[in-house]
Design a protein around this ligand. Structure first.
Ligand code: ZN
Length: 358
């Protein structure tokens, strides 16, 4: 794994590699872009590249067994010389990318690098010994601050990746602020975020902003195929995802759920919405994606229609836009989804049409 695994973010990766080359790594960085555009994976690759020693790691040969004290002949013999430390082998790779073979890279690949820490809600649940919460709390940021004060254990830099930093509560952001203002030497904090507005202006102004654009369709398709999707499914999901692998994965889940429904079953819209994820945050995200798909289909139908159909699709377009706006507010997402699907079906756009790419 290296930057070569990051597709569709060439400009951004080029900028990150230039930072590594000059050695001027900003202590606070924000990786900003739509969900599913590779922010987190790029942050991990960046951390690996920054900490790579470009020196192949070779295991030291095992020490010979200690002589048996009862064996007089062995005890009398001279102790064998300790095995020499293997010569480090310098790997001539690009210094702006990870080599994959040094101790730091091997530790990072196993997810156990002591100086690269991923901070997210799953990590927080383990840290605080509690159920996973939707928010990142002040106690977690205090712990991060404490670690930031310690010296790196293996590499030159201590890198903290706070994943989906929109989950940081304002108090937690304030707890982090001091470390961002006066970062201990060799510390890098990366926040990945899809909504900049969820961060305090004081955090934004102290961080170096790294932007991630939507993925080109070819890159999304290649990545989906690499994840195991069949070429035709990958092509369809890449189109439905609109540049976001997260949206593509959600569309894939819709595809699966819709294909499990009996065409013509009058209760299939209710069966479909009953299959939303249990996690309310994820369910709301899925409803947003579905409404976006519905909007795209309605716009296309409106453009192609004339006469009474044009009027029908104009009404549906207005209505769907209203429902999409409501999805960002605290309105029952289940009700929104069912209303939108029932109204679109009445206007002639079926549930099955939403995931059709032709
Ligand atoms: Zn390396």
């Amino acid at each position: 794994m290296s930057f070569s695994t990051i597709l569709g973010q060439d400009k951004t990766v080029k900028r990150l590699r230039a930072l590594i080359e000059t050695g001027r790594i900003p202590p606070a960085m924000i990786f900003h872009g739509a969900p599913g555009t590779g922010k987190f994976l790029t942050a991990v690759e960046f951390a690996k590249a920054v900490n790579c020693s470009h020196t192949a790691h070779r295991e030291r040969p095992p020490a010979p067994p200690a002589p048996d004290e009862n064996d007089l002949f062995a005890a009398a013999a001279a102790a064998p010389a300790p095995a020499p430390e293997p010569e480090p082998v310098k790997i001539h790779t690009d210094i702006t990318d990870s080599c994959g073979a040094c101790l730091s890279c091997l530790q990072a690949a196993s997810g156990a690098h002591p100086d690269i820490r991923i901070v997210d809600t799953a990590f927080q649940a383990a840290l605080l010994d509690e159920d996973e919460s939707a928010n990142l709390k002040i106690d977690t940021m205090r712990e991060l601050t404490r670690w930031a004060q310690q010296k790196p254990m293996l590499s030159a830099w201590k890198i903290f990746i706070v994943r989906d930093a929109e989950a940081l509560m304002p108090a937690a952001q304030n707890a982090l602020l001091k470390t961002l203002e006066e970062p201990p030497p060799g510390t890098v904090i990366i926040l990945t975020v899809s909504k900049k507005t969820s961060l305090l202006s004081t955090i934004l102004s102290r961080s170096c902003m790294i932007e991630f654009g939507l993925l080109p369709r070819t890159a999304a398709r290649t990545l989906l195929e690499a994840q195991g999707a069949a070429p035709d499914v990958a092509a369809a999901l890449a189109a439905l995802g609109g540049g976001s692998l997260e949206k593509a994965a959600e569309a894939g889940a819709f595809l699966k759920r819709v294909s499990g429904l009996r065409p013509g079953d009058p209760s299939r819209i209710f069966k479909f919405s009953a299959g939303l994820p249990r996690d309310s945050h994820k369910a709301r995200e899925e409803v947003r994606t579905l409404l976006d798909l519905l909007l795209a289909k309605t716009r296309a139908a409106w453009r192609a229609a004339d006469g009474p159909a044009k009027i029908r699709f104009t009404t549906l377009l207005r209505r769907t836009l209203d429902l999409r706006r409501m999805a960002d507010r605290n309105v029952s997402y289940l009700l929104l989804l069912e209303t939108a699907l029932l109204e679109s079906e009445k206007a002639g756009i079926k549930l099955e049409d939403l995931i059709r790419t032709d």
